[in-house]
Design a protein around this ligand. Sequence first.
Ligand code: ADP
Ligand code: MG
Length: 321
Amino acid sequence: MPGEFELIQRYFAGDRREDVLLGVGDDAAVVRPRGDLALAVDTLVAGVHFPLDAPPESIGHKALAVNLSDLAAMGAEPAWLLLALTLEQAREPWLAAFSRGLRELAAEHGMALIGGDVTRGPLTVSVQVGGYLPPGQALRRSGARVGDGVYVSGSLGDAALGLALWQAGAADGEAQQWLVQRLHRPTPRVALGRALLGLASAAIDLSDGLAADLGHLLSASGVGASVELERLPLSPAFKRCAVTATSWEAAVGGGDDYELCFTAPPAVEAELEQQARRLGIAITRIGRIEQEPGLRLLDGQGHPWRAKRAGYTHFDAEGQA
Ligand code: ADP
Ligand code: MG
């Protein structure tokens, strides 16, 4: 079995970018940034953020994807990542698959892996990312104004349904497998986020579920919103596999979709749709920003509807970790 440094060289070294002066191998990486930076870090813990039996390649993919989703929500262009890896044991096939999942996604976004850390302990993957923003610009949570449309990208609830199918060991059909992929290999909406700079008034990515995350955006902006549940975009696979009675629960309260939720004034609606078409990403207007604080979820008759579960929090009233 090769030593730690050899494993690092084999699976995590070698990425280059013109703004990286020093990558993996010294005590710290050195970069020469050319402008404003957005920085974010997110940790995935086995058994909490991904099932213990998730394929290693998707753990690598997801550890970076959730961080890219944060950059996307700011409108940033990804540049670098650092990786802190805690492992029970260094098994080469596992490391090879994990590193493939992570580095394929990094390469897709032109990012360089420039450093990290390996320690022994319960499987935990922490990724830090950095990316560029145009000077003085960023998509923030606090810019929503009364009258703005509320939009989401892609489709909602797929990952929640995928998790239920995975846990039940019932992911055998094509639609089921697609939903499980949405859980294990989320697609961060990086290009959409960048296109939203200068168009959207506020943005957030959906990690804990629409109700929870849109709630954060509304609080930060000091406004409220009405959302028409019948407008929520549901994927064909979701429609095939969801029990009808639970579909809004999953779409409103289910986490892990990593879509973007954003607001924009009516004046830019046509431009938004043009950008979404150019990028081949569906966007859907699901509601409007209103003066009255809070999130109002309306059923098909315009009556209030209440989710049983407000979104995933790590420390909720029941003490769930
Ligand atoms: P130190 O003990 O000085 O912190 P390490 O032994 O942790 O150094 O790391 C040696 C080099 O390998 C450093 O450049 C570090 O950034 C890099 N490195 C360690 N672990 C990883 C990893 N999982 N991915 C990428 N680079 C890593
Ligand atoms: Mg170290």
